[in-house]
Design a protein around this ligand. Structure first.
Ligand code: ADP
Ligand code: MG
Length: 538
């Protein structure tokens, strides 16, 4: 046990640097794999979140120990780089440190362990290639299995499958170019109501358009509408050079009102003569103008989010103008159709069939805001993992089959190593076995028996056998438990890098209190990791 790690001088004093990482590993270990249990994360203000996502648990844990922070950063980096394998990183770190503690108590110097771990990791990654399989094409059915494996255990089985399908449908809709894909999730409704839509979906709630002026509630579609875009406020310009105007009498007041009315009529006429059916404005639109536009059959959408505004301009081929006076038929763009629809409690506009840029929006549904968020994270992870697999073109059997095979390879090689690095190779192999052992333990089967059976099956040529979802040995390819090779290689590299750092540390030196305030407290808030470069939505 890591908590019982002792210093190499034989005293009982625990090695604090290693204990912190071990405790973190203990905390997330039980979530690994399809049968992993959930954690209930209780926030400062009493909010309760139940999740099985190792990376989120670590992110939400209040980790103050500097070593814990190193582990936390490695898990976060893994999650943002490949979208999966964060728990694997932490479990590997815990196991590698545990083995290092044993090696140190056997008298090995940290430097020998560090060097040996480095060589063993390199060897393992070289050997991994022989367990890799290639994808046939971008339409390989196994991509859905890979997406599903990445999020197994985060939801029920049927939903996990659905996530895999949705992710793939969405990716195929944009020819795997995620910059043309938007992910949005709405509370209310059920996951099975989630779907991928062609085109751009604009949330009218965030655009804060008052659609109450529209006389047609419910779903309404305009075919081949002209789309006009104005990148400025639409209304009566306030004279900037006059501080205040004093109206002398009622004639003057009515003159002013008449002038304003004329200007409004002019604005509406200008929009109408451009042929626009839908008008997107990045800023507010004067209420009277809005009402008049609706009466003339133009749908006004004000305060469109900047990112959505830019996407709409690009996809529809519309040229945003800075003033309504510049609006002409030439500046408008078009799409095949615009549909007004209610999703949950939100009003949306879907711009389908964009001529200039083929776009898609994955609209996800979840009962509560928390569920809707989790649903979005799961879908994003599925998409990330699918992309990673496509970039690499290779996948491997999951369920601990690969670490088991690599541990066996290392054991075969270590007997030929003359010096004490042999012990380090063996320790490294044992650490890799922590993955199948943990998967078995979490599924309720005996870890040592399960591992021994898997090793026998590997010995007799079935190298794709791993721990099945029920905790029993099973062929992972046949079971469809597949993952991108990159998830494991990058998890291993990150784990070894952190373990190397930790083994090099023999003491933690704190800076003076005034410095600590700025140094060690920073970046603890984990600002927005929820944003994806390709997600316009929120
Ligand atoms: P991580 O945060 O590391 O991705 P997970 O909880 O997702 O942690 O567990 C990942 C491990 O679970 C991997 O080793 C993966 O191969 C394994 N796994 C996922 N789905 C299955 C399944 N259906 N059967 C067996 N093992 C699975
Ligand atoms: Mg996973």
């Amino acid at each position: 046990m890591l908590g019982e790690t002792t210093a190499d001088d034989g005293t009982d004093e625990p090695n604090h640097t290693q204990t912190a990482a071990g405790e973190l590993a203990d905390a997330v270990r039980t979530t690994l794999g399809p049968s992993g249990l959930d954690k209930m994360v209780v926030g400062e203000n009493g909010t309760v979140i139940v999740t099985n996502d190792g990376s989120k648990i670590i992110e939400w844990m209040d980790i103050t120990h500097p070593v814990g922070r190193l582990v936390e950063q490695a898990a976060a980096a893994q999650d943002s780089a490949v979208g999966d394998g964060a728990t694997t990183v932490v479990v590997l770190i815990g196991a590698l440190l545990e083995e290092a503690a044993t090696l140190r108590s056997d008298g090995l110097h940290p430097t020998t362990i560090i060097d040996g771990y480095g060589r063993a990791a390199e060897t393992a990654i070289d050997h991994l290639a022989q367990y890799e399989r290639s994808l046939q094409s971008r339409h390989d059915d196994r991509l859905a299995q890979i997406a599903k494996t990445a999020v197994t255990g985060r939801w029920d089985d049927a939903s996990t499958e659905r996530f895999g399908e949705l992710a793939l449908t969405a990716l195929q809709a944009v020819e795997f170019d995620t910059s043309r894909l938007t992910l949005k999730s709405y509370p209310g409704g059920e996951l099975r109501e989630s779907a991928c839509h062609d085109g751009v979906v604009v949330d009218l709630k965030t655009s804060s358009t008052s659609l109450d002026t529209l006389s047609h509630p419910g779903t309404q579609t305009h075919a081949e509408p002209a789309i006009a875009m104005v990148d400025a406020e639409i209304g009566i310009e306030e004279p900037s050079h006059i501080e205040s105007v004093t109206l002398q009498d009622t004639t003057q007041r009515s003159e002013l009102q008449a002038h304003e009315q004329d200007r409004r009529t002019e604005l509406v006429a200008q929009v109408v003569q451009s042929g626009a059916t839908v008008l997107f404005c990045q800023k507010p639109i004067d209420e009277a103008v809005r009402t008049a536009l609706v009466q003339r059959g133009v749908l006004p959408v004000e305060r469109t989010r900047r990112d959505e505004f830019d996407v709409i301009a690009r996809a529809t081929g519309s040229t945003p103008v800075l003033s309504v006076d510049e609006l002409t038929a030439d500046t408008t763009g078009t799409v095949a159709s615009v549909t007004q629809r209610t999703v949950g409690t939100s009003q949306t506009l879907t711009l389908q069939g964009c001529p200039e840029e083929q776009r898609a929006t994955l609209l996800l549904r979840g009962g509560t805001p928390h569920v809707a968020d989790e649903v979005r994270r799961i879908a994003a992870d599925c998409i990330d993992v699918t992309r990673v697999t496509l970039d690499d073109g290779a996948f491997v059997p999951g369920g601990g089959a690969v670490p088991t095979a690599l541990a066996m390879d290392l054991a075969a090689l270590s007997s030929g190593i003359p010096d004490r690095t042999q012990l380090v190779f063996d320790g490294f192999g044992t650490a890799l076995e922590a993955l199948p052992r943990t998967l078995a333990t979490n599924a309720g089967t005996d870890p040592l028996n399960t591992l021994a059976t898997i090793q026998q099956r590997h010995d007799s040529g079935s190298e794709t056998v791993g721990v099945g979802p029920d905790g029993h040995p099973q062929d992972m390819i046949a079971a469809g438990v597949l993952e991108p090779a990159t998830v494991f290689t990058s998890a291993l590299q990150r784990a070894v890098a952190v373990v190397t750092q930790i083994l090099r540390v023999d003491d933690i030196v704190r800076t003076s209190p005034d410095k600590r305030g700025t140094d060690s407290e920073h970046d603890h808030s984990h600002a927005a990791t929820g944003g994806y470069p390709w997600a316009v939505g929120h």
